[in-house]
Design a protein around this ligand. Structure first.
Ligand code: ADP
Length: 479
C-alpha cells in the first residue's frame, strides 16, 4: 500500500527557501487580487458617474434649446455653440416629446462609432436615469426628464451606450489578467533569489557545524559579515562552542590529573608490597610495610572521597541549607577546630574579630569547610613560630573573612591558578613535610566552589617569601 503523506508534512519537508518563496507568491497574489478587485469596482463606479454627468449636461443643453414661438408652440432652436450631437461617441440619440407625446425633435448620434441604435418607443415615466438591456446584449443608459418651457410641458430623453465603458473595463481586466501573474512570477523569482542569498550563510553554517565533533571543538562557525539575526546566531553558537571546548578541556585535564593522583599511592602500595614479598623480614618490618600500605590506602580513600564531594558539588547535586549566622562565630569555630594543627606546626593562630556581629546567610558546614581549607593552607605554608591571622570585617554590604599568613607566599604568575583542581604551586613542596602537608591541590578548588555557590568570591594576594592573604567575600545582611 502506498504511503499516504499528509500535505502539511510534505509542505514542511520542502526547504525553507521554497516555503518562503511560495508563501510570498501566494500572499502577493491574494493582495494583488484584492487590490485589482477594488480598483475595478472604483473604476466602474467612476465611469458610471461620468456617464450620468454627461447625460445630465446633454439634457441641460436641450432644455436651453427649447423655446415657445409667438403662437405659444414649442420650437427647437439649438444654440450655435452647442456641440454636434451626431459626432459625440457613445451618445445614441436625443429626442424631445411634447406633453401630448408627439415628437418635437430628434437627433441621432453614435455615428462616430459607425452606427446608431433605433430610439426606444416613448413612454411617460418619472424623471430620472434608467438602464435598458437590449435584446442583442447592449445596455443603454437613459436620462429622461420632463420640463416646462414657457408654460408648455415637454420630455427630453438622452441615451448613452454603455458598451464603451464595458469595453474599457474589459481591456483593463485583460491588462490585470496578464500583468498580475507576470508580476507575481517576477516577484517570486526575485523572492526566491533573495531568500537564497539570505539563507546561504545557514547552509555554510550547517556544513561547518557537521564538522564539529568532540575531537574538533576548536572549530567555529563562519560568522556572516552583517551582524543580523544570522550573524548573532553564529556568534551565539560560537560562544557556546567556546564554553563547551573549555568544559571538555577541563574534564580531560581533570580525568588526567585524577588518574595521575590515584596512580601515585597505588604505585607506592605495589612497590612496598613487592619489596615485602621479595625476601623474609622480621615481624616489625612486616608491620612497617603494612602501615605504609595502610597510610597510602587512607590517602587513596581521602582522595576519592574528596573527588566525589567536589564532583557532586560542582555538578550542583549538593543542596545548601541557607540560614542566617554571625560570620564571627564561623571564624571562631574554624579556629577552635584547627588550633591543634597550628600547635603541631608551631604556628600561632590569632583571631582579629570586630565587636559588632556580621550577619550573613549561608550553609554553615560548607562555608566552615572553605574557611578551614584556607587556614589549613596558611598553617602548612608558614614557618615555625610565625603567626596566622583569621579576621572578619564588614563594609558596603560585603562581609569579608580573611586569612593572613607570613609564610612562603605564592609567585604572582601562579596565583590565578591555585584555585584550579589539582594545581599545586610546587608539588614537591606540597607533598613533603609530613602526611598532613600532602594536599591533593583540591582544597582551594573546594573552597572556591563553596563561596561561589553563596554568591561570593575568594580574593587572593600574595608576595613571595612574605606571605599571603586569602579573603572570602560574601554578600552581607548588614550595612
Ligand atoms: P592543597 O590541598 O595541595 O594545599 P590547595 O588547592 O589548597 O591544595 O592549594 C593549591 C596550592 O596553592 C598549594 O599546593 C600551595 O602550593 C598553594 N597555596 C595555597 N595556599 C597557600 C598559602 N597560604 N601560602 C602559600 N601557598 C599556598
Amino acid at each position: 500500500m502506498a504511503l499516504q503523506r499528509s500535505p502539511i508534512a510534505a509542505w514542511r519537508r520542502l526547504g525553507l527557501r521554497t516555503r518562503l518563496s511560495v508563501g510570498y507568491a501566494v500572499s502577493l497574489s491574494l493582495l494583488l487580487f484584492v487590490y485589482a478587485a477594488l480598483v475595478y469596482a472604483v473604476a466602474y463606479e467612476r465611469l458610471s458617474v461620468e456617464v450620468d454627468h454627461r447625460l445630465d449636461q446633454e439634457v441641460e443643453l436641450a432644455e436651453r434649446s427649447l423655446f415657445a414661438d409667438a403662437s405659444g408652440q414649442l420650437v427647437w432652436r439649438p444654440a450655435a455653440a452647442s456641440a454636434d450631437f451626431e459626432t459625440l461617441p457613445n451618445m445614441l440619440w436625443i429626442d424631445v416629446h411634447r406633453a401630448d407625446a408627439s415628437l418635437l425633435h430628434r437627433s441621432l448620434g453614435g455615428y462616430a462609432r459607425g452606427g446608431s441604435v433605433e430610439p426606444l418607443a416613448f413612454q411617460v415615466r418619472p424623471s430620472g436615469f434608467f438602464t435598458v438591456e437590449m435584446p442583442h446584449g447592449a445596455r443603454l443608459r437613459v436620462l429622461q426628464r420632463s420640463l416646462t418651457v414657457d408654460g408648455q410641458g415637454a420630455t427630453v430623453r438622452v441615451a448613452y451606450a454603455e458598451e464603451q465603458i464595458r469595453h474599457d473595463l474589459a481591456s483593463f481586466l485583460l491588462v490585470l489578467a496578464v500583468g498580475m501573474p507576470l508580476a507575481v512570477i517576477a516577484a517570486s523569482l526575485a523572492g526566491y533569489w533573495l531568500a537564497g542569498r539570505a539563507l546561504a550563510p545557514v547552509a555554510r553554517m550547517t556544513e561547518q557545524a557537521r564538522a564539529i565533533t568532540a575531537e574538533h571543538l576548536d572549530a567555529r562557525l563562519p560568522v556572516p559579515t552583517a551582524m543580523d539575526e544570522l550573524g548573532q546566531l553564529a556568534t551565539t553558537f560560537n560562544d557556546l562552542f567556546a564554553r563547551l571546548e573549555l568544559s571538555f578541556e577541563q574534564m580531560h585535564r581533570f580525568t588526567a590529573d585524577a588518574s595521575h593522583e590515584l596512580r601515585t599511592p597505588l604505585t607506592v602500595i605495589r612497590s612496598v608490597g613487592e619489596v615485602g614479598l621479595r625476601e623474609p623480614h622480621t615481624e616489625a618490618e612486616y608491620r612497617d610495610t603494612i602501615r605504609t600500605m595502610l597510610e597510602e590506602v587512607e590517602r587513596l580513600t581521602l582522595l576519592t572521597t574528596t573527588l566525589l564531594e567536589l564532583t557532586r558539588a560542582e555538578g550542583g547535586r549538593v543542596s545548601l541549607k541557607r540560614e542566617p549566622f554571625d560570620l564571627r562565630d564561623l571564624a571562631r569555630d574554624a579556629a577552635s577546630f584547627i588550633v591543634v594543627l597550628a600547635e603541631e606546626a608551631g604556628v600561632r593562630l590569632e583571631l582579629d574579630l570586630p565587636a559588632a556581629a556580621i550577619p550573613v546567610i549561608g550553609d554553615w558546614t560548607t562555608l566552615r569547610q572553605a574557611t578551614i581549607n584556607l587556614v589549613d593552607n596558611a598553617i602548612k605554608h608558614s614557618p615555625q613560630g610565625a603567626s596566622v591571622t583569621l579576621g572578619c570585617t564588614q563594609q558596603a554590604g560585603q562581609a569579608t573573612l580573611s586569612v593572613q599568613d607570613r609564610g612562603v607566599g605564592i609567585p604572582a604568575d601562579q596565583l590565578p591558578r591555585v584555585f584550579d583542581r589539582f594545581y599545586r604551586v610546587d608539588a614537591a613542596r606540597s607533598r613533603s613535610g609530613g602526611r598532613r602537608a600532602g594536599g591533593f591541590g583540591l582544597g582551594l578548588a573546594i573552597a572556591n566552589w563553596a563561596v561561589q555557590a553563596h554568591g561570593g568570591r575568594i580574593e587572593a594576594e600574595s608576595v613571595a617569601r612574605q606571605g599571603s592573604v586569602f579573603r572570602i567575600v560574601l554578600p552581607s545582611l548588614g550595612r
